[in-house]
Write a protein of this length. Structure first.
Length: 156
């Protein structure tokens, strides 16, 4: 019998012995430089996403900046931060479907450039509706959908 798949909430709660601080790997040094890097836990990424109030936004790089500052490192891992934001978004979707009120407002977390993350639950369409409900204006730039004036709406 196959093992039961973990729910998104279970994945979010699985810290995998994270956070962990290490040296920036050689393969990443050309882009990010030498120094230290935090590999955050899924819950840490979720906690930053949870703090974004209505009308405000954050980018994955903004989350990374906050996590690096928290752990006194030069950077936060871009790969795990992105993956864990996706897990947090899907866990929030499970909460919404279960009628749980205190869920993570994942639609307020954008990709760099103010781009809506097409991989989050409901895709671009659902997030556009949720963002517009909070007063944001969504525009199309090429094939991407972007929050207009996103830079002015970022939390610091």
């Amino acid at each position: 019998m196959a093992a039961k798949r973990k729910t998104w909430k279970e994945k979010l709660s699985d810290s995998k012995d994270l956070p962990k601080v290490e040296k920036v790997p050689a393969r990443m040094q050309k882009r990010f430089g030498r120094g230290t890097m935090v590999i955050p836990s899924p819950k840490e990424v979720d906690a930053v996403m949870k703090k974004v109030p209505p009308g405000k936004l954050i980018t994955i790089n903004g989350i990374r900046t906050k996590l690096a500052k928290k752990h006194h490192t030069d950077i936060a891992c871009p790969i795990t931060t992105g993956i864990f934001s996706w897990i947090a978004a899907n866990a929030a979707d499970e909460d919404i479907k279960a009628g749980i009120k205190n869920f993570t407002p994942f639609w307020r977390t954008l990709k760099e450039g103010g781009v809506i993350n097409e991989k989050y639950p409901g895709g671009i369409e659902r997030q556009a509706v949720l963002l517009e409900d909070e007063g944001h204006h969504i525009i199309q730039k090429g094939k991407k959908w972007v929050v207009d004036n996103w830079e002015k709406l970022l939390i610091r």
